[in-house]
Design a protein around this ligand. Sequence first.
Ligand SMILES: [Zn+2]
Length: 268
Amino acid sequence: MDPYKALKNAVANNRLSHAYLLTGGHIEKNQAATFLAQSRFCKSLSAEGEPCGKCSNCERIASGTHPNVKKIARQDSQMIKVDQIRDMKAQLAMSGAEEKAQVFIVEEAEKINASSGASLLKVLEEPAAGDLLILLTDAPNQMLPTIISRVQIIKFDDVEDEFDEEMRERLQVVNVFLKRLIAKNPRALTTDQIDLVNEFKTKDEQKLSLKYMLTLEEAFLFSPAGKRDLPLTEKLLSETSLAEKMMAFNVSYKNVLMHLASKIVLGV
Ligand SMILES: [Zn+2]
């Protein structure tokens, strides 16, 4: 199942786990962490489990200033220190400043060593109602098995990881194209499209560029900006999926892009 759908369903049905391990795509796992935190505190959560992205809680979470959502990252040391985990435990034991629930986001969770891990296990074993622990990692294989076994793992595809550095650089034209589409900038209909056609010559590369665009759009869907214009974001996703299908039916890359840009920019 699509990891985003799984998370949304869990929020909508009030079945969120108390601890998640998010792995894979860099953009997506960070967006998903924000999404999870917002789903805890949003003042007008939709029936489908979508935080609104606009209320004061959603905004403060997006800007990293919500008092009940805290990040833990290793400082200058190699590992996350046991003191940092102990401090988190102490904070979890107290009520928060505004509401009781607290959300902790641990970056590079593979940097939790054995002694910090032992301290963390207690939190995982005796969660307080409403508290949410989100661990992020690019290296789940380096994590302590005792932690892995007590969290729900959500894996995001990392399209970017499939490519070498050169390819990642080349894919930047896709970023530019998508930004202009979102802004409904008419350049998406002309220069940006030509850039894409010039950059990706083989059918495989062209398909890959669309796949990459879909990944960016999925991440956008979970960002505050994407939520502000949900109809546009959903249209982008459906039109890009259609573009992939058109490619499969041997429509030329140029015509596929033209179709996509016309639908989004001109609405025709
Ligand atoms: Zn909200």
